[in-house]
Write a protein that binds this ligand. Sequence first.
Ligand code: AMP
Length: 192
Amino acid sequence: MLNIVISGAPGSGKGTQSAIIVENYGLTHISTGDMLREEIKNGTENGKKAEVLINDGKLVPDEMIIAMLHDQVQKHINAGDTKGFIFDGFPRTAAQAVALDNMLHELETEVSCMLHMQVDHELLIERLLNRGKTSGRADDNLETIQKRLDVYNSQTLPVIEHYKNSGRYKAACNNSSVEACFAQVKEIIDSL
Ligand code: AMP
């Protein structure tokens, strides 16, 4: 199985690159942000708890997101419909990274690599504000964007070390075009 963690700040192009990776490599895309937005849309208990935190730029609790991710992974494994996953927006904390390793270990597989999308700070803000004009996302406004970037720098950036320490860290620059970024991503995946 090929299992990729795609990481990077909000607005770094994780969703866009994930879609192209799915098209080219047939992996199963699991976006925890999309999962939470679906819960909110369906008005579930988890959705109600998550909405307040998301709109305030904060992370939802580890236990909630780990349980949701576990259900999704298990569902695809049971259905036998996947040749690997691309985890988009997960893990966002050190505890989530450990939980993912354990989860995949139980399934006799592992994270093949973490792909880190690198984008300059000013460009991230510009892209997120532009996305906010059409995304309809309550968290794509300047105040929440700044909070999300702070949370990213303090809680998620350290997760990189988890993958660096185990030799599974790869970086791609996404300051220019989608195509230029995918060329780097492709080279990385093909070398795994
Ligand atoms: P995203 O679509 O990945 O930018 O996620 C939107 C929001 O959902 C984030 O700002 C968090 O509030 C929440 N979220 C998504 N994934 C996670 C996660 N792995 N852990 C905690 N909160 C998450």
